[in-house]
Design a protein around this ligand. Structure first.
Ligand code: NAD
Length: 478
C-alpha cells in the first residue's frame, strides 16, 4: 500500500510538508500518511486567508452556499469505498464502521446544504407604531475547528458544514493521527467549488498548531472535540480573549440494566456500546450498572459477547472489532486495567493483548464505586460492571460523575424508562438501545465535564454556534 502525502490547504494552495507520520494500527510497519507538523506561521497564514475570503463567502446567497455542500456530498459519495478503506488503514475501525462514518459525513453535508434554503430569522410584532422587527443571522467570521482522531471524517463534517452554511470561513486543525481521512472530506469541498480561502486546513500538533489557532484573536469562535483536559484548557484560553467557544469532551457513560430486562439483549446492547468502535467513542458504554436480580446473569452474558468479539484488522473479513488506535492509547488502557486489578477488580473477560495493538474486549467486575475504572474515561474496549440496589440507586450512580454525555437503560417498564430519562444528568438518553449511535438531525452534546453545554452540535441548531442574532427595527413612517 502506498503512502499518501497530505498537504496543508492555505488560501486555496496546497502546501506540502512533513513531520507527522501515521502508521496502520493493524500493521504497524505500514506508513499510511505523512502530513506537515506545521508551526505558528502556517496557522497565521491560514487565518489571514480565511479573514480575506470570509466577506465574499458570506455575501453569496445561503442556497448557493448550500449547493456547494450538496455537490461535495456527491463527490464524497463517489469515493465512499476509497475513503472508508483509508479510514480503516489510518484509524483502525472495521470496514463496516468506516463505511457508516463516511455515509454519515455525506448525509451531514446534504443536511446542512439543504439548510441553506431555511436559514433565516424571525419577523416579530413591535410595540412601536408602524414598525416591525426582524432578526437576522450573522456569521461570526473566522472559525477555528479542532478535531479528534476517533471520527476523523464525521466530526470535521459536523463542524464544517454548519460553519460554512452560516457564512463563515474556517481554519481546521485535524487530529495528528488521521490526516488522510479528513483529507477525503476537505478535498470533496474544494472540488465542489468552495472559493479559495473559505476552507483552510493546517496539520500539526495540538501543542503548536492547535495552540496558535486557539490564541489568534482574529479567530472569532473555536469549536473543539476531544479530551476533557485539553477542552477545558481551550475553553479558558478562548474565554480570556472573549471569543466564542464550544468544547465537546469525554464521557463515562452508563448503561443501566434493570431486573425486568431481557438479559441476552441487554448484553448485546452493552457489547455494541462498549466494544463497538473498539470502545473509542465518546458515547461508549464504559460502565454497566445492574440491579441484583440480573447482575450474575448479565456478567455471564456479557462475558460471552466479549469472547465472540475478537479483535483483528478492520479490512479482514469477519473482523468484529479493530485495533486500539496507537501504542500510547494501548498503554493508557492497559494501565487502567492493571490499576483496576490492583484495586481489587476481577477481569471477567479479556484484558490480554493477543497481537500488536489488538486488545481483547475486557469486562471488569468487583470494582468499588470510587475506583478509577468506575469513574474515569478509559476510551477503549473495557466495560466495568457495577451493582446497584434498584432504579433510584442506579440513577444516583449514573449522576455521581463529573461527566454527563450519554446514558442508557434496558427495561421493559415504560415508567422506569421515563423516570430514568427525566432524572439523569446527561445530554443523550437511550432506552433499550446502545449509548453509541446518534442521528445527525438531533442536537448532540453533554453537561458537566463532557461539554461547554452552551450550544449544541448536530441538527439544525448546530448553526447557532456559528451565527449571532441581530435585531432590526423597520419603521415605515416618513
Ligand atoms: P485530544 O484532546 O488529545 O485531541 C483532540 C484535538 O485537540 C487534536 O486535534 C489535538 O491535536 C488537539 N489539541 C491537543 N492539545 C491541544 C492544545 N493545547 N491546544 C489546541 N489543540 C490541542 O483528544 P483525542 O485523543 O484526539 O480524542 C479522544 C477524546 O475525544 C476522548 O476523550 C473522547 O471522549 C473525546 N470525544 C468527544 C466527543 C464528543 O462529541 N463529546 C466525540 C469524539 C471524541
Amino acid at each position: 500500500m502506498s503512502t499518501v502525502h497530505v498537504p496543508n490547504l492555505i488560501g486555496g494552495e496546497e502546501v506540502a510538508g512533513d513531520g507527522l507520520e501515521r502508521y496502520n494500527p493493524a500493521h504497524p510497519a505500514e506508513l499510511v500518511a505523512v502530513a506537515p507538523a506545521s508551526g505558528a506561521e502556517a496557522v497565521d497564514a491560514a487565518v489571514t486567508a480565511a479573514a480575506a475570503a470570509q466577506p465574499g463567502w458570506a455575501a453569496l446567497p445561503a442556497p448557493a452556499r448550500g449547493t456547494i455542500l450538496m455537490d461535495a456530498a456527491e463527490i464524497l459519495r463517489g469515493r465512499h469505498e476509497e475513503a472508508a478503506r483509508d479510514l480503516v488503514r489510518e484509524e483502525g475501525k472495521t470496514l463496516a464502521e468506516a463505511r457508516g462514518e463516511v455515509r454519515r459525513a455525506i448525509d451531514v453535508l446534504r443536511f446542512f446544504g439543504s439548510e441553506g434554503w431555511r436559514l433565516g430569522g424571525q419577523v416579530l410584532p413591535s410595540s412601536f407604531p408602524d414598525t416591525t422587527v426582524q432578526t437576522r443571522r450573522e456569521p461570526v467570521g473566522v472559525v477555528g475547528l479542532i478535531t479528534p482522531w476517533n471520527f476523523p471524517i464525521a466530526i470535521p463534517a459536523w463542524k464544517l458544514a454548519p460553519a460554512l452554511i452560516g457564512g463563515n470561513a474556517v481554519v481546521l486543525k485535524p487530529a495528528e493521527l488521521t490526516p488522510l481521512s479528513t483529507r477525503h472530506l476537505t478535498e470533496a469541498l474544494v472540488r465542489a467549488g468552495l472559493p479559495a480561502g473559505v476552507l483552510n486546513v493546517v496539520h500539526g500538533t495540538g501543542a503548536v498548531a492547535g495552540e496558535a489557532l486557539v490564541r489568534d484573536p482574529r479567530v472569532a469562535a473555536v469549536s473543539f472535540t476531544g479530551s476533557t483536559a485539553v477542552g477545558m484548557r481551550i475553553e479558558r484560553t478562548v474565554q480570556e480573549r472573549r471569543g466564542r467557544v464550544q468544547v465537546e469532551m469525554g464521557g463515562k457513560n452508563a448503561l443501566v440494566v434493570l431486573d425486568d430486562a431481557d438479559v441476552e439483549q441487554a448484553a448485546r446492547i452493552a457489547a455494541a456500546g462498549g466494544f463497538g468502535l473498539t470502545g473509542q467513542a465518546c458515547t461508549a458504554s464504559s460502565r454497566v450498572i445492574c440491579t441484583p436480580g440480573v447482575y450474575d446473569d448479565f456478567v455471564a452474558a456479557l462475558t460471552k459477547e466479549a469472547a465472540r468479539c475478537r479483535p483483528g484488522d478492520g479490512l479482514a473479513d469477519g473482523t468484529a472489532m479493530g485495533p486500539v488506535v496507537s501504542e500510547q492509547q494501548l498503554g493508557t488502557i492497559t494501565a487502567a486495567i492493571e490499576r483496576a486489578r490492583d484495586e481489587g477488580a476481577t477481569v471477567a473477560a479479556g484484558g490480554e493483548t493477543p497481537d500488536g495493538l489488538m486488545l481483547a474486549p475486557t469486562v471488569l467486575t468487583g470494582l468499588s464505586r470510587d475506583s478509577a475504572a468506575a469513574r474515569e474515561e478509559i476510551f477503549g474496549p473495557v466495560v466495568a460492571v457495577l451493582p446497584a440496589e434498584g432504579l433510584d440507586d442506579a440513577i444516583d450512580l449514573v449522576n455521581d460523575s463529573r461527566y454527563g454525555l450519554a446514558a442508557g437503560i434496558c427495561t421493559r417498564s415504560l415508567s422506569a424508562a421515563q423516570r430514568f430519562a427525566a432524572a439523569v444528568r446527561v445530554g443523550v438518553v437511550k432506552v433499550n438501545r446502545p449509548t453509541t449511535g446518534l442521528d445527525l438531525n438531533v442536537p448532540f452534546g453533554g453537561v458537566g465535564d463532557s461539554s461547554s453545554n452552551t450550544f449544541r452540535e448536530q441538527g439544525a441548531v448546530a448553526v447557532d454556534f456559528y451565527t449571532w442574532s441581530k435585531s432590526v427595527y423597520l419603521g415605515w413612517e416618513d
